[in-house]
Ligand binder design. Structure first.
Ligand SMILES: Cc1c2[nH]c(c1CCC(=O)O)Cc1[nH]c(c(CCC(=O)O)c1C)Cc1[nH]c(c(CCC(=O)O)c1C)Cc1[nH]c(c(C)c1CCC(=O)O)C2
Length: 340
């Protein structure tokens, strides 16, 4: 049996102390990350540098002893592999050339495999360097979430450009999501073969979709990825994180076939417990409770353990950790979850 607690939970086991990791656990709240990031040059240079990407993945493991490491990369390496001129502007977030409906047919995935090879090398190095008991999580963005950035050319508050594009140009949208699903499946298969123990699919913008669109743009392409990954890597474990999907999460789990679902902090405990009856859940502390610390943090952690602690549970935030998270509060969270 595996010593990796995260994998045991993904196999359906309930543990008295849940495994814990934090989305975006390698990042700017750590001084050692900021130092490595400066050495790398640009953010994408860091993602494609196996030495430095391995180093920043390991930093939060060394410092905090999380139960899982997540590969250091970004969901936008896929549009970067499609030569969309992706760049990260400090203080402004990601930018790329917006894609028009007429441009979809010309997207060329033939460079992707070579382009993403440094990330796969990072996975290989990580598996060799991580402690035996630490699980390694690979990841990709869900086609819908990646498409929102490709269409707008940047992040937007409600992804209106991608939603309008989908209503006005359904065929082009279907073609874009199909292309992204195939590329993402190839990419996850390579990560798993290189040593990732499981993978997470981030659909951070699932919550802006109505029910019809959620079925079409979130569930269906994710299902395609899950089927292809499982066909290539039998028994592969997959976590799906459809942020903001709320009442549609049960349909999401059934429709996609993922093993575990990530919950954001808006999911009520009654709903979360019902979902847990169908399989493992991951989440769902409000990241702002971590910033505030003290009573707000303790109360949030205790409530999750009380309502979901009987498992199967992977303890996590309900979204990524932010640069202003105090390190002492991360330590306090870990002590509380682990009952130390
Ligand atoms: C939507 C999304 C992106 N990237 C990601 C998502 C899905 C999860 C989510 O919703 O947060 C996923 C992601 N991004 C990053 C990771 C690495 C692994 C980890 O979780 O530690 C992961 C899993 C590194 C990163 N990705 C990014 C950083 C910060 C860049 C820097 O160091 O300058 C990191 C550490 C940049 C990024 N990348 C993206 C945005 C919108 C931004 C800018 C926002 C920001 O600055 O925090 C796209």
């Amino acid at each position: 049996m595996t010593t990796r607690k995260l994998l045991r939970v993904l196999e359906g086991e309930s543990l008295s102390t849940p495994p814990v990791w934090l989305m975006r656990q390698a990042g700017r709240y750590l001084p050692e990350y900021r130092a490595t990031r400066e050495k790398a040059g640009g953010f994408l240079d860091l993602c494609y540098n196996p030495d430095l990407a391995t180093e920043v993945t390991l930093q939060p493991i060394r410092r905090f002893g999380f139960d899982a490491a997540i590969l250091f990369s970004d969901i936008l390496v896929i549009p970067d592999a499609l030569r969309r001129n992706v760049r990260f502007v400090t203080g402004e977030g990601p930018r790329m050339d917006p894609i028009a409906p007429a441009g979809i047919a010309a997207l060329d995935p033939s460079h992707a495999q070579a382009h993403l090879s440094p990330v796969i090398e990072t996975v290989e190095r990580l598996r060799a360097e991580l402690p035996e008991e630490t699980a390694l999580i690979g990841f990709c963005g869900a086609p819908w979430t990646v498409a929102t950035y490709m269409i707008a050319g940047r992040g937007t508050p409600d992804q209106a450009p991608a939603r309008l594009f989908a209503y006005r140009h359904p065929q082009e949208m279907a073609a874009l999501l199909a292309l992204l699903a195939e590329m993402s499946a190839d990419y996850l298969i390579r990560q798993l073969r290189a040593g990732a123990d499981c993978v997470q699919i981030f659909d951070s913008w699932a919550g802006v979709l109505d029910e019809i669109s959620f079925q079409r743009f979130s569930i269906a392409p994710t299902r395609r990825i899950v089927e292809r990954v499982r066909a290539a890597v039998p028994g592969a474990r997959i976590i799906g994180f459809a942020k903001g999907a709320g009442p549609l999460l049960s349909a999401y789990r059934e429709g996609t076939g993922v093993d575990a679902i990530g919950l954001d902090w808006s999911v009520p405990f009654s709903h979360a417990a019902a979902l847990q009856g169908q399989g493992p859940v991951q989440g769902n502390l409000d990241p702002l409770r971590l910033i505030a610390g003290g009573r707000a943090l303790e109360e949030g952690v205790d409530a999750i353990l009380e309502h979901l602690g009987r498992g199967p549970l992977i303890f996590n935030l309900g979204h990524g950790i932010t640069p202003d998270a105090p390190i002492a509060h991360v330590e306090a969270l870990l002590r509380r979850v682990r009952g130390q």
